[in-house]
Design a protein around this ligand. Sequence first.
Ligand code: UDP
Length: 419
Amino acid sequence: MPPDNPQDLDLAQRETRRTVQLDDYAAFLPQQQIDRIHEKAEGLQHLHVAHVNSTFYGGGVAELLDDLTLLMNNVGIRTGWRVIQGAPDFFSITKKMHNALQGGDINLTDLKKQHYEDIVYKNAVRTHLDHHNLVVVHDPQPLPLIQHFHRGGPWIWQCHVDLSRPNAELWHYLQSFIEQYDAVIESLDAYRQDLQTPQRTIPPAIDPFSIKNKELSEEEIDERLAHYDIPRDRPLVVQVSRFDRWKDPEGVIAAFKKARRDIDATLVLLGNVATDDPEGTEVYESLLDEQEERIRILSVEDTALVNALQRRAAVVLQKSLREGFGLTVTEAMWKGSAVVGGNVGGIRHQIANGENGFLVDSVEEAAERIVQLVRTPELRARLGKTARETVRHRFLMPHMLERYLDLFAGFETQYRLRD
Ligand code: UDP
């Protein structure tokens, strides 16, 4: 059922344009599960939800919000999406925070803290959340927003980074903001921290109907690869990632070079740069010397190309050193591809080693798995088949939606959400 909020939507448009509906998932999920989610949403129709993050594209959070906010509207919960703004120096500070939350060092000066809080305050002044009765703030960039609002309902902070070993000094600083929230969402149980605030786990999920994930014909795949002159004469080894050191692009190239002593293949590293990640361009440029006929490094925004590469690849790598969840892993697994992932964070949560993909701890192990998979199509097919089932059972968007609905319903007793 479309939401009943026709205020500024052209209804004629709505009849010809269509976003993904929960009922579309009947193609992949039991009807009983879909009915149960509709029922849960039924009791929450009075909610007006705002999600706030810091980039409209590039990276997993934007990807999630794009799909999730539409699906929430589809089940009748008015849900908006706000993006905070900042100049590159703001995002340079927040990227350092992101790195430090994942265990990196940080030089957290008073000046940096002041700048961070000032920019968030400016965003608070420009962001009107008067009509919302539930707010979900994503990641550290907009975290201090909460200080500047009179709350009409619960505020939730959702953290998407790998919190297995956060920098203690930074965590201590952020904790003063985090503990003002009514709940914290992490992607895995393993990321739980010592906090006053209740913590819940909601693993991310994908939209199988999006351009990035929908079925493509062999002709469509060929067309996308040809468009970028990606050679199709040898097996493809692919990693799709933001250009970020934690994704270990250097390790990917090193593993590929080692593997190439035994097999003939082409490596494609496809990446993009998010607006809230000022380090991306530098990482991309630092890799360019490695380009050659059989090592292609592409920085383009093309979701159909992501789809084509993940589908055609003999091996999809995600050799991360830290990974909050790793939607690229989910996307490739959904496509029935054989994935080799770094044995960290959310990748370990998705891949059961040897059953639906492989986990690796080093460049050497990655190289061995590339060789093995390129040589053994039957193994690729077996892993890929199980991988698709893993995603179908656990990581499609309705799974995530249902967990949100459960969390939202839990607040009903705490707050008077109804007007
Ligand atoms: N992505 C993309 N184009 C690229 C690189 C990445 O569309 O060139 C997408 C990718 O398909 C995935 C998201 O960006 O949906 C990355 O999410 P992930 O959780 O893997 O990592 P994050 O960037 O959030 O650390």
